[in-house]
Design a protein around this ligand. Sequence first.
Ligand SMILES: C[S@@+](CC[C@H](N)C(=O)[O-])C[C@H]1O[C@@H](n2cnc3c(N)ncnc32)[C@H](O)[C@@H]1O
Ligand code: SF4
Ligand code: SF4
Length: 480
Amino acid sequence: MIEKNLKTRTKREVIAIENTTNNLIPSRFMHIMDVGSEYKAIYHALNMETVFVEDKLAKKISTGSLQNIPVQNLENLKTRGLLIEDETEDTKSYKTVKDKLNSLPLTVLYLLVTDKCNFDCRYCFIEGGYTKNQSRNQMSQEIAKRGMDLFVKNIDSGKKRRRTIIFYGGEPILNWNTVEFALGDIASRKEKGSLPTNTRVNLITNGSLITPEIAKVLRKHNVGVSVSLDGRETEHNRNRIFHSSKGTFIETTKGIQILKNHNVHVGISCTLTEGNLETLEEIATFLVNDLDIVSIGFNFLRENPKFSLKDPEYMEKASRAVIESYRILRKKGVYEDRIMRKVNAFTQKKPRINNCAGCGQQIVMAPTGEIGVCHGGIGPKDFFIPYSPDLNTNTHPLWQEWKTRSPFNMEKCTNCIALGICGGGCAYEAFLKHDSIWKLDDPFCIHSKMTLEFLVKDLFEKCLENEKTNRPTLSPSSKH
Ligand SMILES: C[S@@+](CC[C@H](N)C(=O)[O-])C[C@H]1O[C@@H](n2cnc3c(N)ncnc32)[C@H](O)[C@@H]1O
Ligand code: SF4
Ligand code: SF4
């Protein structure tokens, strides 16, 4: 709601103001953000309630001088948890969110069916994690079956959370025999009832080895395929190359076409490089208009032992580009996955407690059968343990620690304005940079804070529009 400072007050109101202000204090999750020349947003970092007030009023609220503030304003701020009667209210709402970390179910199985690849992308973090002489392997059907057994054993069928099985690599199609075998295994487990029938199956591929026969099998098993494409020919070929250094655009787009011809659901995974940021909006339009893509995921580039970013402002630029592309894509009804996670948290006012299933909610099966929490550590086998048929992710200390790795357990995050939408970034990235998963994934903080600023300002613009068209003012009640 855009609140106005009311000029006149009744006697009853004055009494109410005095009574109310005697008790109220600003929540420790309350933040004040500039949204325009005359207004500020009063924003609650935990429940994501937002109220827009005139500058003068914001100043009074921020300094805690509530005596002269009209009772309607105070009531509104109180209902939204922005003003509280005592600090236990904050402690209680923080604890309610934090407690959810204790009951996170297992949702994802990653089958890294191979660590070999027919591409040699300049930035590849999988490749970057291996040393020169380390051996590469294909997952056997037996190991894939073990992975499935572990997953089935560890999922709690009582909880209705959707499960996902992901084929990953290296390039997974290089080990098509195991992928095809595992698809049959998944189908038969669904039939027998040991795997929920709504379990999703995804394959992440460079697209170059897709044939009509492969596409038919993927369609038959209803596999969602995410093809990695970094833009149009020049943008894509800058980094995504064969071992001969030849660009891979033609082969990748041919694969996309075959998949589409066979009605396979295709999404695009587009890595944000220093070479495609400036044209990202054009790339987004190309993906939607020319390739008819409706599902897109942008990856922020991660540094690894074989790849460093050159531009110190990469993250600011990448975040800005993702936000601008989101503005374009939403008009076309296409939603980018990464920003949607934050948009959903903000609009539904449901805090994100972690960033991805890597935080203790997935099992990763290495080609040679070791099991881990995060596929990022596959090369050095960081956070992998030897195979054990008895793994219980509800009690194993590795999964238990990663499950609690959340901004809601990190001191530096407690007072952060982006707490509710953040999720805390990548635990493995924090480990690579700072030797501990409990440190901040600092580049991700930039993205979270910039996205929050965009969301609040975007909401303000919508409120102004509503005011102009005389629709009821937008006082976000249950949803923004
Ligand atoms: C590692 S690949 C494995 C699957 C398959 N080979 C492919 O390229 O889609 C999965 C995704 O990770 C992305 N990726 C690779 N290295 C990256 C890095 N350093 N930072 C961010 N994303 C990266 C790729 O662009 C691709 O979309
Ligand atoms: S195709 Fe995938 S696994 Fe292969 S080098 Fe490129 S990003 Fe890495
Ligand atoms: S990770 Fe960074 S942006 Fe996210 S809540 Fe923590 S400090 Fe804030």
